[in-house]
Ligand binder design. Sequence first.
Ligand code: NAI
Length: 343
Amino acid sequence: MKIAFFDAKDYEIPWFTREGDKNGIEFKFFETKLCEDTAELARGFDGVCVFVNDEVNAAVIEKLYGFGIRVVALRCAGYNNVALEHCFGKIHVFRVPAYSPYAVAEHTAALLLASVRRIHKAYNRTKDFNFSLNGLMGFDLHGKTVGVVGTGKIGRIFIEICKGLGMRVLAYDKFPGKEEGFRYVGLGELLEQSDVISLHCPLTEETYHLIGEEAIGQMKKGVVLLNTSRGALIDAEALLDGIKRRVIGAACLDVYEEESDLFFRDFSGHIVDDDVLARLISMPNVIVTSHQAFLTEEALSNIAETTVQNLVAFFSDKPCENELCYRCGRIEDCKKQRSGKCF
Ligand code: NAI
């Protein structure tokens, strides 16, 4: 089976090639992202494989369907870039629900520690043999309150790390689970009480700009805001304003609302047009990584393995729990009565 693999990066090609070879799946790697203009490249293939910033909107789905393509394999957990409602009856969509929640939770912790101990500043200084400590004052995380929004796989691991640091943990989730050494509170209380706020919920219509002017207005002065989930959870302009007004003490962003045209590519030596991102990056108390939180050897190995297994299940007509179901609306936990498939 031949799969058109969009937005391919050097670091993932060996993993997918190896896993595909073992299972009779041949990947053709395209550097370009999937969008309406590039969908034509998928003609003649049996399926497509996409990542977080590929555009799988209604127009793209129609084109793929017209080419006879019946499967889209997401090699990521989030699926906000896929117009699922247009897929029903046409294209089956699979994802990799979990590949290493540790990778993302640990990256979040790395950002937090780097930020509060000014490691990003110190690293640059000592490279220049500047051993001054002025301006590098941090604060202890021990005893501070962290507010975690979204207590799923990643959120819970991050909570464990924070507990290990001796932090008090508050959490907010639309669908609260078991309280394990932390306390669920309303979002308002979390915003008001937290010294550190970390976002681990999905991007949905409801969570779009969850952190905007109003939410920032409720936060403690000096709060550290972490986002390793999805960029549009935060209104970036409101964030910038909050930083300028000294409400937000630091921001660590692995994701950014307008990242799709920028992240995963090298723009050094270019003029970047995004003024909000440029201003955020210029701030001494902002750390930006470019959607890197998932990038560990363990995660890539799991991503390649699960993506290929999803494709194998589809082509051998077997049910697969990683298929997203859009028929009943319960996208992730549908029982898939019809021979275990969405349609
Ligand atoms: P998960 O599905 O295990 O957990 C998500 C949690 O958010 C659930 O407990 C759910 O009840 C909660 N939630 C849903 N709607 C909510 C709302 N309106 N308000 C508050 N909470 C809500 O997902 P997981 O694996 O923990 O991933 C979390 C997010 O991390 C993903 O949605 C994805 O966007 C992001 N992610 C980022 C990566 C990166 O490289 N930066 C890599 C992988 C995931």
